[in-house]
Design a protein around this ligand. Structure first.
Ligand code: FE2
Length: 234
């Protein structure tokens, strides 16, 4: 199926298993398989998340946040550089939704991400819903986050729906995109130029027409910002 899709469309590879921020050793079996797949399908880029998913051989299947310390920054920069050297290409690193913060943090999430991108010389993937959700969960200013992200390193935007849990917004990808995220997308489009947008929908699927309507709306918002929506896909 992938071969047939690749014959017609550009593709990107988006992972949840690299665990780039973990203190566990890098999984070179996984990275070898990833490199092999990438050489076969030639994706426009490979993306994964700024997170850890486990230690000591246990995979928690959650995208867990990191403390924003200089020590963690050194650690993640080193691992991204090693992975990029091994794969022979830059990674795109995505901001996650988070539900806890660390008392040890020495800087904001957006400062950490900006430093990370410069020092690791990687691309970034900006998930608009994750900025919205985390800004609510941790009471920070969305504009500070968006304004600090180096625009020339962002290769893709993500849009998604989330679930309300009262005190928190949970990044479940099983709801329509909310109006606040549409507004934020409208605000960020001019800053990041003509780049790809992807709508993430993983569960509780509506009729296909409703998914396509969200895609049309994303294209219309991008066009309204006078930015051609290249490669938008549901
Ligand atoms: Fe995402």
């Amino acid at each position: 199926m992938l071969e047939r899709i690749r014959n017609t469309y550009p593709i990107v590879m988006h992972g949840v298993s690299m665990s780039i921020a973990s203190t566990a050793p890098l999984d070179f079996d996984y990275l070898r398989a990833l490199k092999s797949l990438a050489s076969r399908f030639q994706p426009a880029w490979i993306s994964d998340h700024l997170c850890w998913t486990g230690v000591h051989g246990v995979n928690l299947h959650d995208l867990l946040p990191v403390p924003y310390t200089l020590e963690a920054l050194d650690h993640v920069v080193d691992r991204i550089r090693r992975v990029q050297d091994f794969l022979g290409r830059r990674l795109a690193i995505e901001n996650v939704s988070s539900y806890v913060t660390f008392a040890e943090s020495e800087m904001d999430e957006w400062t950490f991400i900006r430093e990370l991108a410069e020092r690791a010389d990687c691309w970034l993937l900006l998930d608009v819903n994750n900025v919205f959700g985390s800004s609510f969960n941790h009471s920070f200013d969305q504009a500070s986050f968006i304004g600090a992200v180096p625009a020339d390193r962002v290769v893709q935007l993500h849009l998604a729906g989330h679930s309300e849990a009262g005190t928190h917004k949970i990044d479940t990808h099983d709801q329509p995109i909310c109006e606040e995220v549409w507004s934020l997308y409208h605000e960020v489009c001019p800053r990041f130029g003509s780049i790809s947008t992807m709508i993430e929908r993983d569960d509780n699927f509506p009729p296909f027409d409703e998914l396509m309507a969200e895609l049309d709306r994303a294209r219309a918002v991008a066009a309204c910002a006078r930015i051609p929506a290249q490669g938008a896909a549901a």
